[in-house]
Each structure stands twice: as structure tokens, then as C-alpha cells.
Write a protein that binds this ligand. Sequence first.
Ligand code: C2O
Ligand code: CU
Length: 491
Amino acid sequence: MAICLRSRTRSSAPEPVDPGRRAVLKSTLALGVAATLSPLQTSRANTEPMLRTFGLTPGLAETRLLPDSAYPPTRVWAYNGSVPAREIRVRQGERIRVELLNRLPQPTTVHWHGLRLPNAMDGVPDLTQAPVAPGERFVYEYDARDAGTYWFHPHFNGIEQVARGLHGVLVVEEPNPPAVDRELTWIVDDWRLEDNAQIADDFTSRHDRSHGGRLGNLPTVNGRVSNRLALRPGERLRLRLVNVANARTFPLVLSGLPHWVIAVDGQPLPEPVDAREGLLQLAPGNRMDLIVDAQPEAGVQPALMMEPARGDPYTLVDISVDGEPLAKGLAGTQVMSLPANVQTPFVAADSVRHVIDLGGGAMDPKLRRGEVDVETVRARVGEGRYWTVSMSPAARAPGPEIEVARGTHVMMELHNDTMFPHPMHLHGHHFQLLDINGQAQQAGIWRDTILVNPGDRTRIGFVAEAPGDWLMHCHILAHHATGMRWTVRVV
Ligand code: C2O
Ligand code: CU
């Protein structure tokens, strides 16, 4: 299926992991079950929804990305001391309250990526709230309307704060989740480490800003390099994949085991998609829910691999299937689709349309075509704007901004006139992917982040749902920081 699967040979190519480091870093460690953050409090008042209160304290910590004792622990920034953060889990319909206490040396906020919530809870500094200064608190509180796999991260100086380890997964469970034998969350990330295993602090690198962002040299799953998963024959897993990387699109392949995609960006697919031969392309911000059956194909080593179009495949998780078959294991039983979240379908005929031109960056095509001159580009870059956004019909002062009334059907044509792919993320809404270069895409699929490849015209549609200023931006955080962002104001 075109939306989440691409043929394994023609993926857009992220840079391969530095092969020099790979040999050094190769060692194995059992893959920990993602720990869950226990609520501080759970309470219900009369007919109100169940309120679940969590404490989130970002601060300085250490972690072992590299199990090898030849390396020291890595100094990180972490929520409650753990990288990734402990998973926050609630039931659909419950109310989430998160008490943030900032123990970082700089301001922060928390953005709840993919969730539909009131604008004031969206966590965008100077747009939806004031930055939370060191030592200060902020309370986020909202209803978990939509079941699915979401995540959270700072939206203040994300290029540094996310890269230093601040990210976590938020799971909103369905009232009747599909029957599986085990559920796992695999958070894929990409770290840029120095030889002493410390995070490289070149967060304002001009090269990263003008090229593909801050790509790392060490991919991890759940904050560990080289992982192992032991399965019993006949087991059925629900596997939630989340890409929290700063810039890297992961071309993932789950080899050797039958598996189906049941949700993308948290939203259920109309039908499970058999993904056995496909590439699971996860751009920064993307999530994918899979059903995986421990029924190994003969002669294929089960594993989660990165398979870049250039360079060698790289194993993220070694999977073994052995031991006694699981009594009453669910592998091989029917794979059911998840119940859909309530969405207002987009109607193209009723829509307002915006063509949004994404420009700038290294090897700027507009410069090559003589549509801008070098002085203009130099001046812009001098002000820290490496990327441009221009839109028709009307670009509004002071910045690029779209203003629509609540309930408006909005079509955006995202034209990537740059040499780099951009994972474009809209806050507070789910959108439908309509077509790419005129080619219609499967209906009934909802996303919050879509990778737009160089040269592509990708059209998305959504219904402006909640009042407020909703950010749209590239989720390559170095691009977000240097111009590739705008606001959709819903009034
Ligand atoms: Cu996950 Cu505005 O971002
Ligand atoms: Cu970008």
C-alpha cells in the first residue's frame, strides 16, 4: 500500500550510518521492556472522566547508550532521569494531567505530538504558552480523545533538547484493544556522539541547518544500541514503532516474521496491511503500530533492520524465536483492524486551497534557476533563515500564516522546491493524504506528519477543528529552527 510501504529499492535515501563506528559499537544487550510512568494520582469525581496525574521533570542525567564498558555513560537530558522517558499510558476517554517541573538549565515546554487537544495545551513557546523557565512549573491537562500511539517532546530549542534525550511515548489504549500475547514499544533514535560517548554539542551547525539536519552516528532502540528480543513460537505481538530522531528517516524492514501495519501516526488503517515484503518508512515524528507473529520463515533471521537505499543494512534488533511454543499463542489468528477514532472527513469540493512552496537550503533550486540572487540568499541566511515558506493566495504579515474559520475544509498543496525531503507536521489535527504529484492516495488514512520528497507536490486535506494558532513545520528540527514553519490560525 502506497501510504506507509514503499518498495524496498526506491526509498529516499537517508545517509547511511557511519560504518567505521558500527564494528566498535556492535555488542548486544537484552531489550528492556519500556517502563511505564506510574501516575501520581488517579481520581474520579462523580460523572467526570477518570483523571490521571503524572509528574514530568526534565533534568540532567546519565544513561548507557553503549553497553560496552569501554565507554563511559553518556550525559543526557531526561524526563524523570530516564531515556527515553517512561511511557505514559492512559485509556481513551480519560483525562490526562501532567505536572511539569523544569530542572533544565534553559526554558522548556512539552508538545503532545499527534494529539487533538485544546490549543493552550499544545506546548509551543510564544505561540500557545510562555516558555517554562528553569525551576518553574506548568500543568498540562486535556482529554485523551483519540486512541493510539503518540509521543511528547520539548518544543523549545528542540534541536538541542530532543537531541539530548528528551522524548517519550504516550499511549492511549483502545477500550477494547486487539488480543495479543505481548505488547512492545520500540523507540528508534539517532544520536550524534563523540568518541568519548558524549553528545556532540554542535547544535547550530550551519551544515546541518542547510542540509538534511542533525543526522547521528549511533542508532538506538529504546535508548540502547544493539538489542535482542526473544520470542516464543506462536506468540503474537503488538509493536509500536516511534521515530523520535532529530532528522533521520528510518527505512525499516522487519525480516523473517509475518507482520501487518494496523495504524500509522496513531490512527487506525481501514484494513490491516500485510507488510512482509515492504519497507516501513518512518520519518521523524512518524509512528506505526504493527501486529507481528512469531512464525519464522525458514532460513531468514528475524530482525528489525535499517535498509538504506545506499550503504549496508544495519541490524537494530536481533530477534530469536525458540523454546516451547506458547500455549494458546495468538499467532496465525485473524488480524483485525482497530476501531477508528472519530474524524471529520475532508471534502475537497468544499475546501479552501493553499499552495505552499517550501524553498531554500543547500543547492537551492531557485538559485540554480536564477529566481533569486546570491545576495538575497546570503542576507536571509545571515538572519538565520535557511529555509523559506511562501504561500498563495495571501501571505499574511508578520509571518506566513493561514487563517480559517473553525469547520473550514483546508487543502494544502505542499511543493517541495528544495533538494531535501521534509517531514511536514501539523499540530492539533489529523490530515488525509490526498495525492502526490497528481497520483491519488488511498482514502481513509489519517496522518500528522508526512514526508514530502524533493520536487514533489503533496496535497493534504483536513478540517480546521479547534480554535487557536496551530503550528505546521518540518520535523527535521534544524529546519524547523531556521524557517520551515508557519501557523494555521483557526478562529
Ligand atoms: Cu513533534 Cu511541532 O512537533
Ligand atoms: Cu525539512
